[in-house]
Design a protein around this ligand. Structure first.
Ligand code: CU
Length: 129
């Protein structure tokens, strides 16, 4: 006969394995992905926007957020005032200077709620009149 203590240990182990197999593959917190931008990614627009907006698939952390807009010479053209919308923490924006025709690169850095730092960039163009 198996000693009761061993049965108890085996049951505990089975339960533990079951618990881990159920718990581990479930991503509770998402990794942030940029899903939308204004001006849109790779778009050409006629006039300078007042601000540049980016949206993520999930809320992002309020700390360490960064959003920069640089022109083709690498000069910073945003007003370094990145903000996060109070009622939509997935939305970041920064106001920009009056942008002349050029191709601009938007660079962003955010902290996902899974604590991973996400960086990325995209371009938009303001066409010559
Ligand atoms: Cu992640």
């Amino acid at each position: 006969m198996t000693p009761p203590k061993l049965i108890y240990l085996t049951k505990s182990l089975v339960l533990l394995i079951l618990f881990l197999s159920l718990a581990l593959p479930l991503p509770v917190f998402a990794h942030a992905i940029m899903v939308k931008a204004q001006p849109a990614v790779d778009s050409t627009v006629a006039e300078s926007p007042k601000q540049v907006d980016v949206w993520f698939n999930d809320k992002v952390g309020s700390e360490y957020k960064a959003l920069a807009v640089v022109n083709s010479k690498g000069e910073r053209m945003d007003n370094k005032d990145v903000a996060q919308e109070t009622f939509d923490p997935s939305h970041l924006y920064t106001t920009v200077k009056d942008l002349p025709p050029d191709t601009y690169t938007v660079k962003y850095r955010v902290v996902s709620i899974d604590t991973h730092i996400v960086t990325g960039k995209f371009k938009f163009t303001i066409k010559k009149p």
